[in-house]
Design a protein around this ligand. Structure first.
Ligand SMILES: NC(=O)c1ccc[n+]([C@@H]2O[C@H](COP(=O)([O-])OP(=O)(O)OC[C@H]3O[C@@H](n4cnc5c(N)ncnc54)[C@H](O)[C@@H]3O)[C@@H](O)[C@H]2O)c1
Length: 361
């Protein structure tokens, strides 16, 4: 690719995530936001108001046909990404994509193969990989401070995204969100999954489990447990959550917790104890956009999360869900409880993972 001062980008999908990306892209000194495409008239109206001067369109083919466009941002849902990624490969555009890259795992692996045979860069937003707190703990582990890493424990439980609120192509909560934590555990362990056993529960008697706990081993002998669920007290008077990482070595420990505003790492190594609190920074899209632009301009990956890591996490998360269905999968509660939760969320202005239909549409 010829050396350019600024890269031109077209965005497809201007919903909750697309709007977050739009804000970071428009402010990036090395990017020019040329197009925003969304099939929803309401989303296009918001785009018109937010970004005057950007072409707002309803047909993504305009972006792929424009030879000046260097990068496409794919922020729709998983069902439309395979076709969009294939169009990007055909028209030679780099890709900044949301996860997962397809609705089913076979298509994900096929796409990965096609991407890896191209000379294009494809980043997928495994946002934890851009988090200062995880990088800090991983550096601590790799420095030998906890001696041999033995146990990785992760929990992510919030009164968050409910069935029927969108994201259907991304699957139940453990896939839609849980694949992030499947990826984080593998990143910490520095090894691939070997064995696992999953236990789920069909909260509110909904068809799919909305809470899952998995434990098992990595190929290097590290053991893990991951607990993920959007079932954490949706109807409590005051909403709260429980999110942490807890790593245990043969001689020390390191842990992290956050309140979605600030994150705190607390690391107790053999030579040093470090406690640090800093901004949580939501989905770290500023970091992702910046590292991706610099990677495309330099022709080498400067640290963006790869499609391979995303496909592995998606694959393993689906398999863990499948494992849970083979084990006892009890039902607790009634579908009416779920309706009550969805009704309450429809009036919230401040909550966990509220769909845009509630906030703006
Ligand atoms: N990485 C993360 O932490 C994270 C967090 C939330 C969501 N996501 C992912 O981001 C993606 C988007 O999620 P969201 O919450 O923004 O969803 P959303 O429903 O709010 O937005 C999707 C937008 O895409 C538009 N759209 C859908 N198909 C289209 C098409 N073919 N052409 C043009 N526009 C199209 C819709 O009209 C909508 O405006 C999902 O894949 C989701 O899994 C990732």
């Amino acid at each position: 690719m010829k050396r350019k001062e600024k890269l031109k980008i077209g965005v497809i999908g201007f919903g909750r995530m697309g709007q977050k990306y739009g804000k970071e892209i428009i402010n990036h000194p090395l990017l020019e936001l040329v197009y925003i495409c969304d099939k929803s008239a309401k989303a296009r109206e918001i785009a018109f108001q937010t970004f005057p001067g950007v072409e707002i369109i309803d047909n993504e083919d305009r972006i792929f046909a424009d030879r000046e466009i260097d990068i496409v941002g794919l922020f729709t849902l998983a069902d439309s990404r395979p076709e969009q990624i294939r169009k990007a490969i055909k028209t030679g555009k780099h890709v900044l994509a949301e996860k997962p890259v397809a609705e089913d795992i076979r298509t994900e692996w096929e796409l990965l193969n096609e991407v890896e045979q191209s000379n294009l860069m494809v980043a997928v937003n495994l946002f934890n990989r851009n988090a200062w707190y995880h990088k800090t703990i991983i550096d601590f582990i790799r420095s030998g401070e906890i001696c041999d890493l033995a146990i990785v424990r992760i929990a992510h439980m919030t009164p968050g995204h409910m069935p029927q609120e969108g994201h259907a192509p991304e699957g139940p909560a453990f896939h839609d969100c849980g694949m992030h934590y499947v990826d984080v555990a593998r990143w910490y362990a520095g090894s691939d999954y070997a064995t696992y056993h999953a236990q789920g529960i069909r909260m509110w008697s909904y068809a799919d489990p909305w809470w899952l706990q998995v434990h098992g081993t990595f190929q290097n002998g590290v053991v893990f447990d991951i607990t993920q669920g959007f079932v954490y007290g949706h109807l409590a008077k005051d909403l709260t959550h429980n999110c942490y990482v807890d790593v245990i070595g043969t001689k020390g420990i390191a842990r992290m917790t956050h309140d979605f505003k600030k994150a705190t790492v607390d690391m107790h190594g053999v030579h040093t104890t470090i406690t640090k609190t800093d901004d949580f920074n939501d989905k770290k899209i500023d970091v992702l956009v910046d590292v991706f632009v610099k990677s495309v301009l330099s022709g080498t990956n400067k640290g963006f999360p790869t499609m391979r890591d995303s496909v592995i996490a998606s694959d393993v998360a689906w398999k863990m869900l499948e494992d849970a269905t083979k084990n006892a999968l009890p039902c607790i509660g009634q579908l009416e409880d779920m309706d009550e939760i969805i009704a309450r969320r429809s009036t919230l202005q401040n909550g966990y993972g509220l769909p845009l239909s509630i906030l703006k549409y």
